[in-house]
Design a protein around this ligand. Structure first.
Ligand SMILES: [Zn+2]
Length: 409
């Protein structure tokens, strides 16, 4: 659990009512015992940032794989300490960790054992539990991986939803039946076609329509066709939300760094330039709520063998800086912390995602000058990044966690 401190900082505050970043005004933010006590006209502070910087509520990532569990089997590629360091380098003050561990947090005892490990991280962490037959504990979020077992009918999914009534359920939407059909195809992208994601999304939404008794969150939306499906579901008032990821917004099969082509596997796979444009439009229109990393560190040797996923925590802030003007300040804030703040309130009882008295004093300072991902050494244990060497329109200048300076560029 991060410590709590006292700190005053002055700089321009990224405000949701600003039409552009240029309109944001200077203020002094005073943090006492880890919580924001006051936002006042500028009068200096322990840390003073120039006009090329913007202070935002600390970023929150709803989707990361920190790898550590009580078995320690995957600690060679990440643990809560190294994932936390990577998160801070990316401006992330809190994250939600996924449960697909060798020793999964699938009982109250195993979940508690993983919780003790996560409490040693330098940032706030919420732990997902795997969604199996029924919830085993109240007050925690669940992650559903569609398996052959759930691949069948909308009725089967609706029954599962009934078992999880009232839960916050995140889902990886790729239809196992479609994946099974394409098992023999030549490339990773052909083995996991967009049809798998579209079919799973449609089926899950149909089941939710039949039984709208829980909150369903779609992870890593990647196919353009899913955006209108989600838009329609939201227009109907279904309890649904969605995230998209850095890599699906930035890369397609063509634009992935050519020297890393052998490393490009990710689930769902990289798509096309038209998909990337549709995802950005979805984010702009609030059809997609949040920007997530799906940080999934694997070693270079594992990537050579086709392991799916990329590290993303350390690139989050630099990439996100480019979205302030492409979205709006308000949509940027919602995508990087505002939407996730509702999740954090539900599972921690605390107010994240606001620069206002009473909120958690975790803040991210972005510098609006060309920057990128720090390379030597990478904070993540996996030791590589598809974002390294790329110049982004901004970078993370500093991160404050609960009133304590936790990262400085
Ligand atoms: Zn994931």
């Amino acid at each position: 659990m991060p410590a709590r401190g006292d700190l005053a900082l002055e700089g321009r505050v990224l405000a949701p009512e600003a039409r552009t970043a240029g309109e944001c005004r200077r203020a002094t933010i005073r943090i006492a015992a880890g919580a924001i006590a006051e936002v006042a006209p500028p009068r200096g502070g322990d840390l003073v940032f120039g006009d090329d910087c913007l202070i935002a509520p600390g970023f929150i990532d709803l989707h990361a794989h920190c790898r550590e569990d009580p078995s320690g089997a995957h600690n060679y590629k990440e643990d809560f300490q190294s994932a936390g360091a990577a998160a801070l380098a990316g401006g992330i003050v809190a994250l939600a960790d996924m449960p697909n561990n060798p020793d999964p947090p699938s009982t109250p005892e195993r979940w508690a054992a993983k919780r003790r490990l996560a409490d040693r991280a330098p940032i706030d962490i919420v732990l997902f539990a795997p969604a199996r037959e029924a919830p085993f504990q109240e007050g925690i979020p669940y992650k559903l991986y569609l398996s052959e077992r759930h691949a069948g009918s909308e009725t089967e999914l609706a029954d599962l939803f009934r078992a999880f009534a009232g839960a916050w359920l995140a889902v990886h939407a790729e239809d196992p039946a479609v994946l099974a059909e394409r098992r023999g195809a030549a490339t990773h992208e052909e083995r996991r076609p967009r049809e798998a994601e579209i079919a799973a999304t449609a089926k899950l939404l149909a089941a939710l329509r039949a039984r709208p008794c829980l909150h369903l969150h779609f992870c890593h939306v990647s196919a353009a066709e899913c955006v209108p499906l989600l838009r329609a579901a939201k227009a109907e008032g279904l309890p649904v939300s969605a995230e998209t990821c850095l890599h699906h917004l930035l890369f397609d099969v063509e634009t992935f760094p050519p020297t890393l082509r052998a490393y490009r596997n990710v689930n769902p796979p990289l798509r096309t330039a038209a998909d990337r444009e549709a995802l950005l439009e979805g984010l702009r229109a609030s059809v997609i709520d949040a920007l997530a990393t799906d940080h999934a560190p694997h070693t270079p040797a594992e990537k050579e063998r086709g392991a799916p996923g990329f590290p993303g925590l350390d690139a989050y802030g630099a990439f996100a800086a480019g979205l302030i003007e492409r979205l709006t300040p308000a949509r940027f804030l919602e995508a990087t912390s505002g939407f996730a703040a509702g999740f954090m309130r539900r599972f921690t009882g605390e107010t994240f995602g606001a620069v206002a008295p009473g909120a958690v004093g975790s803040l991210t300072v972005l510098a609006l000058r060309p920057g990128g991902v720090r390379k030597a050494p990478f904070p993540t244990k996996c030791g590589w990044s598809p974002y390294a060497g790329r110049v982004f329109p901004g970078e993370v200048e500093a991160v404050i966690v609960r009133g304590v300076p936790a990262f400085r560029r």
